[in-house]
Design a protein around this ligand. Structure first.
Ligand SMILES: O=C(O)CCC(=O)C(=O)O
Length: 315
């Protein structure tokens, strides 16, 4: 049995002022309909993308199964020219393949040098730039990256969080997105920024009993929809058909809060990483104590953290 379920609210024809003044401050996911995204939603067919997107090599995830798992790494990284990737992702069975004739593909586009450069489809795919407009709901200087998300039909991307605010623009195809609040992290069996629970629709509750307590927010995206994913909200994405998405990350906090080496938008804020390191040192120190004392002081430290650091403002 999976616990509470909510639909992500949808808003049609929202103005910049309405979004910034009323919707954004709630910091909850929502779907925007009827935003001017340019011609991409009608123009970006498989043929058009293959021709205009070009033959640039892209690094892709390739999996024999639809449910990709970052923790066990049940996929391999390969490269393909962009046009071939688009063609292969759009077909169910392949005559040319890496692992199997029904393998699944996933593209998360990267910067020129992924260790140093962030993805910006306007730079990596300049001939497509004129087709897409990003929602003008944040300041230009807050822009961080724009990322192609191209998936085979059926592909499911593991539940994870990012540290930046995000507009996930569904350009073509259909996608189901399930989100979980950052406040429910304790029920998601995290390994780093990813949840170990892959099968969110039919979870193994013997292995993950607390998962049923996680509140689940769900939406279906169709071409032209824009999903606002606030920073830290967990999301799991199921492509119901071949589709092209672009997501735009932006910095809603001062630049110095973010890790300067982060080119993906998913490294923890520098102060959070420092706090985690200090906690690891505290845990090593606690380990010097006999069990009875370690347990007692560990419980007191948890209470202290709850008292001093938990927000009283969230439900
Ligand atoms: O749409 C997708 O394929 C994944 C989107 C995602 O993970 C993101 O926008 O952060």
């Amino acid at each position: 049995m999976v616990g509470h379920r909510f639909s992500v609210p949808r808003f049609e024809g929202v103005s910049q002022e309405q979004f910034i003044e009323h919707l954004y401050p709630q910091r909850k996911p929502l779907v925007l309909e009827g935003i001017d995204l340019g011609a991409c939603t009608s123009k970006w067919t498989v043929d058009y993308l293959s021709q205009i997107g070009g033959r640039k090599e892209v690094k892709i995830h390739v999996a024999a199964v639809a449910q990709m798992d970052f923790i066990s790494k049940n996929f391999v990284y390969r490269t393909l020219p962009f046009d071939k990737l688009v063609q292969r992702a759009a077909e169910e069975k392949h005559t040319e393949f890496f692992i199997s004739e029904d393998e699944k593909y996933y593209l998360r586009s990267l910067g020129e040098d992924p260790r140093k450069d962030v993805a910006d489809i306007r730079k990596q795919f300049p001939l497509l730039e004129g087709d897409i407009k990003f929602p003008k709901f944040f300041k230009e200087e807050q822009f961080f990256s724009s990322v192609f998300r191209i998936s085979s039909p059926g592909l499911q991307l593991w539940t994870h969080y990012d540290v930046m605010d995000n507009f996930l623009i569904q350009v073509t195809g259909k996608k189901r997105v399930v989100l979980f609040s950052p406040r429910d992290a304790q029920y998601l069996y995290l390994s780093g920024s990813k949840s170990q629970v892959l099968n969110i629709d039919n979870p193994d509750l013997a292995k993950y009993p607390l998962f049923s307590k996680a509140r689940r927010y769900e939406c279906s995206l169709k071409a032209g929809d824009v999903l606002f994913i606030p920073a830290l909200w967990f999301h799991n994405v199921i492509s119901e058909e071949f589709g092209v998405g672009v997501n735009v990350f932006w910095k809603h906090l001062p630049s110095e809060c973010y890790d300067k080496t982060d080119t993906y938008g998913n490294k923890d804020l520098t102060a959070a990483s420092r706090a985690v390191q200090i906690l690891d040192r505290a845990l090593k120190t606690l380990a010097e104590l006999p069990e009875e004392y370690r347990d007692f002081y560990a419980r007191r430290m948890v209470l202290h953290i709850q008292d001093k650091a938990y927000s009283k403002n969230f439900e």
